[in-house]
Each structure stands twice: as structure tokens, then as C-alpha cells.
Design a protein around this ligand. Structure first.
Ligand code: SF4
Length: 332
């Protein structure tokens, strides 16, 4: 590991200023905030992340889960995954989120990993983590080793000729279905970003994964009140029963009235370059009777644009079946 400066503060403004202070050519470009460190420290050991300054945000007052006046929920950026998944209100009102977080990683990692860090979790593409391999995400312009290489676990939706890496987070898939809002503070003030706009498709700039600018700090996430009468669940399919990333997953939130789907929110994981909300599947499903054929039609719509590579064509049907099964879970 290379040497780096370490800064610890209990003040949000000071943390942001410390990030901006590390600027040379590009403001804040070489600084990283650290909380649980479950992604960042790994990647620093692998020499993939090489920050000059690491700013510890564990002492910032961002570790609370609080109800909002409108019936929604505010989740601080440094709330640990374990605390989020086991919070009584999350379990009662947002079971899809609790289930998704508990489906990720191991108990030890969930005790460390945070809400903000999970939003920024980086891909598990093996070439990204191996500095001897060409990787446009790690080193723009060097090429993508995965497109003609080991791509079994990689994405089939939202890919480009420059990168096919999967977003690995389970939590992000539930957040996408819940239409979470991410609140950020940076050197130019505060702003709120819908999760649909937060993660970027790789396009020809796969090294840019979110709309965050250097110095931006995620402060909290807000959720709208649960839709009346809705039921939700997260289903994750993987190579082994625990401590494994999704090959395909589905987060669904459905309201049924009179035997028909009145409202649906659908997001897929393990198959997209970003948490994959499928408004197309939602439209297909809305108004349909609760039935296997309707769910299958929605699943076909969700995977309509899938573009598999040499080793991951199986994910198309796996993701369809995952979504159908999740929809049955909450409706039948
Ligand atoms: Fe790098 Fe993306 Fe290609 Fe993986 S898929 S090697 S992360 S460019």
C-alpha cells in the first residue's frame, strides 16, 4: 500500500474542506472519504485506489435513522448496513430494503459497511481488481479485458463497448425500487439526487460511476412513505447461499387492488451496469390481473434490451425467472 495522509474530523464542513484541500490540478480528485472501508481499503491494498488523502467520516453526525414528518424515512450516510437492515421501521415499512441489505456480504462486513459506502460500492469485475489487466474503468483508454474474457458474472443491461461491469450492490437495487433520494453536500452547497440519476451508465467513460463531483459527501438518503397497501420483497440468486454476489436479483414493490396490479416498482440486480430500474416492466404489469402469464410478460419487457456476452447468456432467463418468482412472492 502506498502512503497517504489521514484526516479525522467530527465536522461535515471540515471533512468537505479537507477533501477540497487535497486538490492539485483537479479539486479533491485524490481524496477519498472512508467510513466502514469495506470497499476502499480492499482496493487500496490492491493498488487500484491510490488516494493521497483519506478523510475518516466515522465521527460525523450522520449515523441516525429518523422518521420524517411526511411518514418517510431519513437514513444517515454512516448508518451501518446491520443497523439499517434490523431497524424496526425499515423492517415494517420497507421490507425490500431490509431483505436486500441482509442478502449482501457477511455479518461482519454488514457491521462495518455503511449506507453511503454501499451506494458507492465498486464492481467486482476481476480485471478491475487486477492492475496487470487492461481495464477502461481503472485506467481509461487501456481497453476492456472482460468483453472477450471471463464475463460470466458481468452485466447484460446498460453495457457499452468500453465496459460491461456489474454494479454489485444489493442495497442499491432496493433503493432503486424505492425511488430513494440521495442528499449530497459539496464545496458548492447541498443538492438532492434521485437514485435513478445517481449512477451513470459506462458509455465511453466507465471510470465515472456516479454524478458525484470531487469533494461531494453523501450526507443521507430519504425514502418516501410506503405506498398504501403495497407488499415488497427482494429475491437474490447466486452461486452459493451466502457471502456471494448476485447473478440475478429482483426488488419488487406491488400494490394489488381487486385482483389486478394497481402499482408496481421493479428493479433488477446482478445484470445491470447500474441498479436496474425497469419502468418498462412496471408499465406492462400495471392494470394486469395477478397471474403467471402477466408476470412473464413483465419479465420479458424487463430483459428486452439484454445484450449477453460469451459466458453470461444464462443470465437473461435467470433474471426473468427471478423477477417472476419475486412477483409471485408478493402477490399470490
Ligand atoms: Fe474494466 Fe469494465 Fe472491462 Fe471489467 S468490464 S475489465 S471493469 S472496463
Amino acid at each position: 500500500m502506498r502512503s497517504f495522509a489521514f484526516v479525522r474530523t467530527d465536522d461535515v464542513s471540515a471533512a468537505i474542506a479537507a477533501s477540497a484541500d487535497s486538490s492539485t490540478a483537479q479539486q479533491g480528485a485524490s481524496a477519498r472519504f472512508v467510513a466502514g472501508g469495506t470497499t476502499l481499503i480492499d482496493l487500496m491494498k490492491l493498488n487500484v485506489e491510490r488516494p493521497e488523502r483519506v478523510i475518516d467520516i466515522n465521527r460525523l453526525p450522520l449515523d441516525r435513522i429518523e422518521p420524517l414528518a411526511d411518514g418517510g424515512l431519513k437514513i444517515g450516510a454512516t448508518v451501518r448496513n446491520s443497523d439499517l437492515a434490523n431497524h424496526a421501521v425499515v423492517r415494517r415499512d420497507y421490507p425490500v430494503l431490509s431483505q436486500a441489505v441482509l442478502a449482501g456480504a457477511s455479518a461482519q462486513l454488514r457491521n462495518m459497511a455503511t449506507t453511503g459506502g454501499n451506494l458507492l460500492q465498486r464492481t467486482r469485475c476481476m480485471y478491475f481488481r487486477d492492475t496487470a489487466s487492461a481495464c477502461n474503468k481503472r485506467e481509461p483508454g487501456t481497453g476492456c479485458s472482460a468483453i472477450l474474457g471471463a464475463n460470466r458474472t458481468l452485466a447484460i443491461l446498460g453495457t457499452s463497448e468500453h465496459c460491461i461491469a456489474t454494479n454489485p450492490s444489493d442495497m442499491n437495487v432496493a433503493m432503486a425500487a424505492l425511488e430513494a433520494t440521495i442528499h449530497v453536500r459539496g464545496i458548492r452547497g447541498e443538492r438532492s439526487i434521485a437514485i435513478a440519476d445517481f449512477h451513470l451508465l459506462p458509455g465511453d467513460t466507465p471510470h465515472r460511476e456516479t454524478v458525484l463531483e470531487p469533494g461531494d459527501l453523501i450526507t443521507h438518503v430519504t425514502l418516501a412513505p410506503p405506498a398504501p397497501g403495497s407488499r415488497s420483497c427482494y429475491l437474490k440468486l447466486r452461486d452459493r447461499a451466502s457471502y456471494e454476489f448476485a447473478l440475478a436479483s429482483a426488488a419488487v414493490i406491488v400494490t394489488v387492488v381487486g385482483g389486478r396490479v394497481a402499482r408496481a416498482r421493479i428493479a433488477l440486480g446482478g445484470v445491470g451496469t447500474k441498479p436496474w430500474r425497469s419502468t418498462r416492466a412496471e408499465s406492462v404489469l400495471t392494470g394486469e390481473p395477478v397471474s403467471g402469464p402477466a408476470f412473464r410478460k413483465a419479465a420479458d419487457a424487463a430483459l428486452h434490451d439484454a445484450r449477453p456476452r460469451s459466458q453470461n447468456a444464462f443470465k437473461v432467463e435467470l433474471a426473468r425467472r427471478c423477477l417472476v418468482h419475486a412477483l409471485k412472492e408478493v402477490t399470490l
